[in-house]
Design a protein around this ligand. Sequence first.
Ligand code: SF4
Length: 54
Amino acid sequence: MCVIACPKEILALDHSITNNKGYHPAHITDESKCIGCGSCTIMCPDCAIRVEVE
Ligand code: SF4
C-alpha cells in the first residue's frame, strides 16, 4: 500500500525477501528524493514505517 501511496514513487517491494507474514517488504529506492510527507506511514497496515524529518 505504501508503494502506491508515495507521491515520489521511491518505494518498492523487495522481491528477494518474504517476511513471516508471507509478503515482500517495502524498501526505499532513493532516500534523497523523500519529501517527508508521511503518506507511507499512514498507509502502512502494520505501522512498520516511521518518517523522521531532519
Ligand atoms: S514520506 Fe517519503 S517515502 Fe514516504 S510517501 Fe512521502 S515521499 Fe514517499
